[in-house]
Design a binder for this molecule. Structure first.
Ligand SMILES: [Cu+2]
Length: 161
């Protein structure tokens, strides 16, 4: 997946609507909601192998929110890349473009899937290519759950799922 020039900062429309609704619902019991343990889990993180270090990499995973309150993924970081950005993919005129997003909402009881052709974490500024069979750490920052570090499995070049 190549990186394109689009840099518009947008957020995913539907989750934002859900997020707003959740805020209104919990506004009256903010203290109780804060005391609750955040229920975010991260599943099956993987990245396709890359051929050269100056190629952009992509990470896919799922985020499940078993808590009673919406959470949001706000940032990602890994020691293997200078930058780890939250991206979405939009199609216009049969061309896929990537847009930076400020956050990915995870409504209560739902799973946000980061998959090829959709939302992903884009890596740039890597010191060396991602080698199939290797693993590397990824730290995700959530608004409420805080930082969660997972191991990303590198799959063979060309893997799409
Ligand atoms: Cu991207």
């Amino acid at each position: 997946m190549r990186q394109r020039g689009a840099t518009a900062t947008v957020a995913v429309a539907m989750p934002i609507l859900r997020f707003t609704a959740a805020l209104a619902l919990y506004a009256g019991i903010a203290v109780a909601a804060h005391a609750q343990t955040a229920g975010v889990t991260v599943g099956a993180p993987w990245a396709p192998a890359t051929i050269t270090a100056n190629q952009a990499g992509a990470i896919y995973l799922s985020v499940t929110n078993k808590g009673a309150k919406a959470d949001r993924l706000t940032a990602a970081a890994t020691p293997v890349a200078a930058q780890a950005m939250l991206h979405d993919t939009v199609f216009a005129d049969n061309v896929a473009r990537m847009l930076m997003v400020t956050a990915i909402d995870v409504p209560p009881g739902e799973t946000a899937a980061l998959e090829p052709g959709g939302i992903h974490i884009m890596l740039t500024g890597m010191a060396k290519p991602l080698t199939a069979g290797s693993k590397f750490p990824l730290t995700l920052t959530f608004r409420d759950a805080g930082k969660i570090t997972v191991e990303v499995e590198v799959r063979p070049f060309g893997t799409t799922r």
